[in-house]
Design a protein around this ligand. Structure first.
Ligand code: SF4
Ligand code: SF4
Length: 472
């Protein structure tokens, strides 16, 4: 990635953000306020999740962080939210308190335990799929507990920075970011051999390339464009990014801000009146744009949202996308947000079978797929990411942490990830695949890191990059 001189906004921005972050201490009033705000968001679905767990532990083995420690099992983590709920919202809890495990965080240690639960959960939904009562522990952890942690000050600084950069569109003013964007567009133009169809109104397909897409998988951005061009469909893309990785606020439990970001994004997209919006990102971006957008707007948006793999399937079936079939020993890793949370499980198998006779499913796939252990903000909590992002922002990696305690937390999180990713790597090993294809930047980073760690020589590719290289 390119380095650049620090933009004058970045240091000021960091100072402002860090004023709200406090990884040490316990501010009772602040914590209490965050609890009230989190409980005010309870609806009938969350109440079911909070009230009806029977503690059978059927969900435990599905969780990648259960293998780090039993204390990171789904129920153990979600129980921290239930304790608060019982204490605040049930009569018996109020009367009998600790006898019924009804309690609120009262100390720095209690708050630290909540923060650990939040960043030992990827919101992968595997516990939800395995629970006989349909209880989504991940949703409880990543909504109630994440919101309490962040609003109490325990936000990972790097993610908080990216949230502000996204919502204030500062990425447009950061020279290194725009350099990357312009370079990717230049290379895409060379690959297509003609000017890119920027900012067209009323196009059939609007390829929503976000800043993170250009940064993390430029070959996928170019691959997607090559496919659209070759398929001869009516398509366009924004000449400048609308967002970094929307809505990042959701990753750290700032849901009001996440909703505002979605409204802003919808306004930007709607100006171009596209019929379909196509995403490259199969991480949290997919369910937020596909399922949350209508809820946030109070109506269906005027366009349909689909992932690039869904479009590839459609184009192959229509005979518009023709591939040179290879013998690659290739497999598909289901990003949790695209597959388990989004229901896109069959399309990738169809597309990859068309691309290679050597396609094989992983032993655990679709709704049963193993999580890579990197989602939910965990992928940002390692030194490599801090150093890379520091270079891009023109600051040091230390500037992107709010003191020793956050740094220790990041190091511990990175260590725990090495255990959480292992199941996924073993599953890939069993498949005998040489290439793992997927569609989420975090999955790509996590699996590539895990493969290196456990001595597996497997390439990791984005589906759009892989398919873009197999056009007839
Ligand atoms: S499987 Fe469901 S009911 Fe059983 S412990 Fe997990 S969340 Fe509770
Ligand atoms: S959502 Fe995934 S990571 Fe979170 S508790 Fe459930 S299984 Fe574990």
């Amino acid at each position: 990635m390119a380095e650049a001189a620090p933009g004058p906004d970045v240091r000021k921005l960091l100072e402002e953000i860090k004023r709200n972050i406090s990884w040490e201490g316990f501010q009772a009033d602040r914590v209490e306020k965050t609890i009230q705000e989190a409980l005010a968001t309870l609806d009938s679905v969350k109440l079911h999740f909070l009230e009806n767990c029977v503690g059978c532990a059927a969900c435990a083995p599905s969780c990648p962080y259960y293998y780090v420690s039993e204390k990171y099992g789904p129920v153990e983590k979600a129980e921290l939210a239930r304790n608060i709920y019982r204490k605040e919202a049930t009569i018996l809890g109020k009367l009998l308190g600790p006898l019924l495990n009804a309690k609120k965080p009262k100390s720095e240690k209690d708050l630290d335990t909540i923060v650990e639960a939040v960043y030992r959960c990827t919101n992968c939904g595997a516990c939800y799929v395995s629970c006989p009562f349909g209880i989504d522990s991940g949703a409880i952890i990543k909504s109630i507990l994440a919101s309490i942690a962040t609003k109490s000050g325990r936000a990972p600084t790097l993610i908080a920075v990216f949230d502000v950069i996204e919502r204030e569109k500062l990425f447009l003013k950061i020279p290194s970011f725009m350099y990357i964007w312009n370079e990717v567009m230049k290379k895409a133009e060379q690959a297509l051999g003609k000017p890119l169809p920027f900012d067209k109104k009323g196009a059939e397909y609007f390829l929503l390339v976000n800043m993170a897409d250009a940064m993390f998988y430029p070959d996928a951005v170019i691959g997607a464009m090559r496919v659209l061009d070759r398929a001869g469909v009516d398509w366009t893309l924004p000449s400048k990014p609308f967002a970094f990785r929307p809505p990042i606020a959701a990753v750290i439990g700032l849901f009001k801000q996440a909703r505002e970001m979605l409204k802003m994004l919808n306004a930007d997209i709607s100006k171009y009146e596209p019929k379909n919006v196509v995403l490259l990102d199969g991480g949290f971006v997919y369910p937020w744009l596909r399922f949350q957008m209508p809820k946030v707007l109070g109506r269906r948006p005027s366009y349909r949202v689909l992932h690039i793999v869904e479009l590839f399937e459609k184009l192959i079936k229509e005979g518009k996308l023709k591939l040179n079939q290879t013998d690659d020993k290739v497999t598909w890793h289901d990003p949790c947000q695209l597959a388990r949370r989004g229901g896109v499980t069959e399309e990738p198998n169809f597309v990859l079978s068309a691309a290679s006779k050597g396609f094989r499913k992983l032993p655990h796939h679709g709704a049963e797929s193993y999580c890579c252990g990197g989602g939910g903000g965990i992928g940002c909590m390692n030194m490599e990411m801090l150093e890379q992002m520091g270079k891009l922002l023109g600051v040091s990696s230390k500037d992107l942490v709010a003191g020793e305690k956050e740094l220790e937390f990041i190091q511990k999180t990175a260590e725990h990830w090495t255990i959480a990713v292992k199941r996924k790597i073993d599953d890939i090993k069993k498949s005998g695949a040489d290439i793992v294809v997927t569609a989420c930047p975090v999955c790509m980073h996590s699996i590539a890191g895990g493969a290196q760690l456990y001595g597996l020589k497997t390439q990791v590719r984005h589906i759009a990059a892989y398919i873009g290289e197999r056009l007839q």
